[in-house]
Design a protein. Structure first.
Length: 150
């Protein structure tokens, strides 16, 4: 049986509790880096007892996806607004958004990331030596996830 693993039609719906309470849809993903990258996580640690017994314990770790969007797209503009709204600095306050992001895959499967924060992103456009404006990547951390997976 052939498997179709196409990502065409992938979308993300992102909500920022204070900055974007109604949320916004993201579909304008980059062509030069992964549109959504979720690094692997470690869910347990291990050690060895004095006499060679394996000792293990569970550990919590945040889920840290990165989203890469086309420079200047509505998605980029909204993510830049979200980043700036949550940046602290002299003379400004932070929106302290709680982020929810739902990834919608072409198969209809969804994964919703819950209780998150925006961690970082590019605060202004950068230019590559090729002359192209660089793709902006925005980093998040989430406490949990629910959904049908993929």
């Amino acid at each position: 049986m052939p498997y179709d693993v196409s990502g065409f039609g992938f979308q993300i719906f992102l909500i920022g509790s204070n900055t974007f309470p109604g949320g916004f849809l993201m579909t304008a993903f980059s062509d030069d880096t992964d549109p959504m990258d979720i690094p692997e996580i470690t869910v347990a640690d291990v050690g060895m007892g004095l006499n060679g017994d394996l000792i293990s314990w569970s550990r919590a770790e945040p889920l840290k996806p990165k989203f890469a969007v086309i420079e200047g797209s509505p998605e980029d503009i909204n993510l830049a607004i979200l980043l700036e709204a949550n940046r602290v600095g002299a003379g400004k306050t932070s929106a302290r958004d709680i982020i929810t992001a739902t990834a919608i895959y072409p198969t209809g499967a969804t994964v919703t990331f819950l209780s998150g924060k925006i961690l970082g992103g590019m605060p202004a456009p950068s230019v590559a030596s090729s002359g192209k404006i660089k793709t902006k990547t925005y980093m998040f951390a989430f406490q949990n996830r629910i959904g049908s997976g993929v």
